[in-house]
Design a protein around this ligand. Sequence first.
Ligand SMILES: Nc1ncnc2c1ncn2[C@@H]1O[C@H](COP(=O)(O)OP(=O)(O)OP(=O)(O)O)[C@@H](O)[C@H]1O
Ligand SMILES: CC(=O)N[C@H]1[C@@H]2OC[C@@H](O2)[C@@H](O)[C@@H]1O[C@H](C)C(=O)O
Length: 418
Amino acid sequence: MTFFDFCAHTFTKARKPLNPHVARLYQLAQQPSRRVVGLMSGTSLDGLDVALCCVHGHGTSTKLELEQFTTVPYSDTVRHRIRQVFAQPQVSLEYLTLLHPWIGQLHADMVLDCLRAWQVPPEAVDLLASHGQTVFHAPHHQHQQPDFAGRSATLQLGDGDQLAVRTGIITVSDFRQKHVAAGGEGAPLATYGDYLLLSSSTEARVLLNLGGIANFTFLPRLGDASLLPFSTDAGPGNTLLDATVRQRLPELAYDEGGKLAAAGKVHAGLLAHLLNASFFTAPVPKTTGPELFSAAYVRQAQERTQTQHLPLEDLLATLTEVSAAGVALALEQTCGKQPALAIYASGGGVHNAALLAALQRRLPACTFATTSSLGVPPDAKEAILFALLANETVAGTPLAVPLAGIPAVLCGKISLPA
Ligand SMILES: Nc1ncnc2c1ncn2[C@@H]1O[C@H](COP(=O)(O)OP(=O)(O)OP(=O)(O)O)[C@@H](O)[C@H]1O
Ligand SMILES: CC(=O)N[C@H]1[C@@H]2OC[C@@H](O2)[C@@H](O)[C@@H]1O[C@H](C)C(=O)O
């Protein structure tokens, strides 16, 4: 008897009615498709990405239709509250405790506003897939806590129970903890969704995400058993650029189109110093965050190279080069020198022409496109990823295909609305 036969048998025999949400979960698992809202708020703190998806099937037969997508921008107040704890080694425990349900409520209200605007009643949504807000990422090779040497941890705020209770929609959240429990660093999780949705039988692909942090998934051509799907962080994407722009020009959130960087000259001494971080030569897979790649990291490098008075344009040109070099180095670590790969980019960095040009210069044998040429809008990719992961949690089984160095587990915790 399979698990589902057993449940069906038990449901029909049970005298006491089951929690209707458990019955609904059982029914959802068996439906041919599920309507899932994927939510992502990344390290850039620009807002909450909301993707309404219809996910057909599961596992390698998954097909996904993106019905709606939007980014709900964070207000200054929201950003200010998150920054009280974001990537800080010491915070008020009271503040952190209060922030967890508050972000959950905030995200729930943002979802309800989007559904209202799209004229989709919450009852017509099967699942919410909520990443939450990463506030600290502590992979074993990066944190400085000897009591926990060799251990990795990561913390996302925005309690799933708040989302489930406020929206009435079954919510899958806190995806990264299972990855840590199974021996990973809690990231990148993109491998799973990229593999299920974007593998090709005609080419090996690299899915490059240029968010606050840059990360990529390498997908061997389907049928090529000599290589395994693989993901790693590569280093900073936009995080150093954003921090620098915010510091010098507080009225701007980022360097629009990378125009300031494009007008600057790379400072070779500062670049070499910035690329000295042991992260860049550490073996893959590896992860990182703004805990390492911060304004303080740039300031220290400037002090040591006496480049504090570099014009903003030159500093941004140099930091752009750091991001591009990080990606090129990690790709070389994964695929060998001068890789010739089909790269499909996503994340906010695709709007930064200076960053794309630097990548092309450092990876001359690669071809570049965005994921829109694969049918996935670059700004929506991460929110879609979490919709896929929640679909797997409810209807899938752990991937049978081995992923290089990455635990093949189903991720996420399920919150019932009542
Ligand atoms: N028009 C633009 N010109 C230049 N840069 C842009 C533009 N639009 C977005 N960006 C950059 O993209 C960033 C947001 O990217 P994205 O939303 O992918 O990051 P994230 O998801 O928060 O990060 P992560 O993937 O690390 O969690 C912005 O902070 C900015 O640096
Ligand atoms: C801890 C954390 O939130 N990491 C994010 C971040 O943003 C990009 C990069 O760093 C990646 O490792 C990860 O997100 C994506 C969605 C991932 O897990 O694949």
